[in-house]
Design a protein around this ligand. Structure first.
Ligand code: NAP
Length: 316
C-alpha cells in the first residue's frame, strides 16, 4: 500500500480509503459478518482510512466499523476513522450530542476526523457556531481533526476564519471520471490549504465500470435508486469510459476499478478516493489501485474521454 499524510498532520493514511455508506438498508450490506469481512480485507490490504457517518444506516455503519475493528483486533491509532455530523445538527448543543452519539456507536474515546457532512441548509446556523463547537471538542480530546464535506469554498473560508488553533485538515466532495465539478474550485482549495480531499462516489456508484448494459439500465426503474449517472441519457455516454477503462486495465494487468481509482490518485497528491466496497474481493481490488501510476499519456487519454461526458441532473 502507498501512503500519504492526512492534511498537514503527521498522520499516515493510505492513498485509497474505504467508504462505508453501503452498511445500510439503502445499499444492502446490513449483515455484520459481511461488513466485518469487508473491513478485515481492507485493513489486511493496508487500507487505514475508513469513512463513515452519523447518518449511514441510522448508526449501523458507525457501529459496524467500531465493532469490526475491535473484533479484528486493530489497535486504536492503526486505522483513521473519519465520521460526519449531519448538516441538520450543527447548533452547538447538537454538535456535542451528535459527537457523543458517534463516539458511543463507534466505541472509541476519540474520533480521528469529524467532518461536517453538508452545510446547514434548512436551518441556518452561523459557521462560527459549529466551527467553535468542533474546535472545543478537539481541545477536549473527543475529536482529533476537523473536516468539511460538500462545503463550497466561501463556506470553507467562513468556517476557517472562526478557528483559533486548528485548521481544516480534510475536505470531502464527489469526484470521479464523469462527475468532475470538484476540479473547478474544490480541489485547488484543498491543495492550497494542504487538506486531504476524500473523493466520494469515486466509481460513480459503479457506473464508470459499465457493469450493467444500457438495456438493463433502461428496463430497471430502481437501479441505483435512479441516480443521475444511471439515467440512460447519461449512462450511454459513460459506457465509452467503461470501454477505455477495460482496455487500459488489460494493458496494465489491473482491473477497471483500479484504473478508475488510480486516475483519481494521480490527479493530485491531495485526492484520496474512498470507494464503497460491497465484498472483501472489491475491498482488496480497490486497495490495489494504489502503489503504481498510469503513464501520463494514458492518464490524459482518460482525461480527454471523460471531459466529453456531460452528465445532466435535470432529468424527466
Ligand atoms: N460526503 C458525502 O456526502 C458522501 C456521499 C456519498 C458517498 N460518500 C462516501 O463515499 C463512499 C463511496 O461512495 P459510493 O458508495 O456512493 O460510490 P462508489 O464508491 O463510487 O461506488 C460504490 C459501488 O461500486 C461498486 N464497487 C465498488 N468497488 C468495486 C470493485 N472493486 N469492482 C466492481 N464494483 C465495485 C459496488 O457496487 P455493486 O457491487 O453493487 O455493483 C459499490 O456499491 C461511501 O461509502 C461514503 O463513505 C460520501
Amino acid at each position: 500500500m502507498e501512503y500519504s499524510r492526512l492534511g498537514k498532520t503527521g498522520i499516515k493514511v493510505s492513498r485509497v480509503g474505504l467508504g462505508t455508506w453501503q452498511f445500510s438498508e439503502f445499499w444492502g450490506v446490513t449483515d455484520y459478518a459481511a461488513a466485518k469481512s469487508i473491513i478485515e480485507a481492507a485493513v489486511e490490504a493496508g487500507i487505514n482510512l475508513i469513512d463513515t457517518a452519523y447518518l449511514y444506516g441510522r448508526g449501523v455503519s458507525e457501529e459496524f466499523v467500531g465493532r469490526a475493528l475491535r473484533d479484528i483486533g486493530v489497535a486504536r491509532g492503526e486505522v483513521v476513522i473519519a465520521s460526519k455530523i449531519p448538516g441538520e445538527l450543527l447548533g452547538r448543543d447538537d454538535v456535542f450530542k451528535a459527537v457523543e452519539i458517534s463516539l458511543r456507536r463507534l466505541g472509541v474515546d476519540s474520533i480521528d476526523v469529524m467532518q461536517v457532512h453538508w452545510p446547514p441548509i434548512w436551518r441556518h446556523v452561523p459557521a462560527c457556531e459549529y466551527a467553535r463547537a468542533l474546535e472545543r471538542l478537539v481541545a477536549l480530546g473527543r475529536i482529533g481533526y476537523v473536516g468539511l464535506s460538500n462545503h463550497p469554498p466561501p463556506m470553507v473560508e467562513a468556517f476557517r476564519s472562526c478557528l483559533s488553533r486548528i485548521d481544516v485538515e480534510v475536505m470531502q466532495y464527489r469526484f470521479n471520471l464523469v462527475e468532475r465539478e470538484a476540479e473547478q474550485e474544490i480541489i485547488p482549495l484543498a491543495e492550497k490549504l494542504g487538506a486531504s480531499l476524500l473523493t466520494w462516489s469515486p466509481l460513480a456508484k459503479g457506473a464508470v465500470l459499465g457493469k450493467y448494459s444500457l438495456e438493463e439500465v433502461r428496463s430497471d426503474e430502481k437501479l441505483r435508486s435512479r441516480d443521475a449517472v444511471y439515467h440512460p441519457e447519461n449512462y450511454a455516454q459513460i459506457l465509452e469510459i467503461a470501454g477505455a477503462l477495460k482496455s487500459l486495465a488489460e494493458r496494465y494487468g489491473k482491473t477497471p476499478s483500479q484504473v478508475a481509482l488510480n486516475w483519481i490518485i494521480g490527479y493530485s497528491e491531495n485526492t484520496i478516493p474512498i470507494p464503497g466496497a460491497k465484498s472483501p474481493e472489491q475491498a482488496r481490488e480497490n486497495a490495489g489501485a494504489a502503489g503504481w501510476r498510469l503513464s501520463y499519456g494514458d492518464w490524459r487519454l482518460l482525461d480527454r474521454i471523460s471531459r466529453k461526458v456531460r452528465i445532466s441532473y435535470a432529468l424527466g
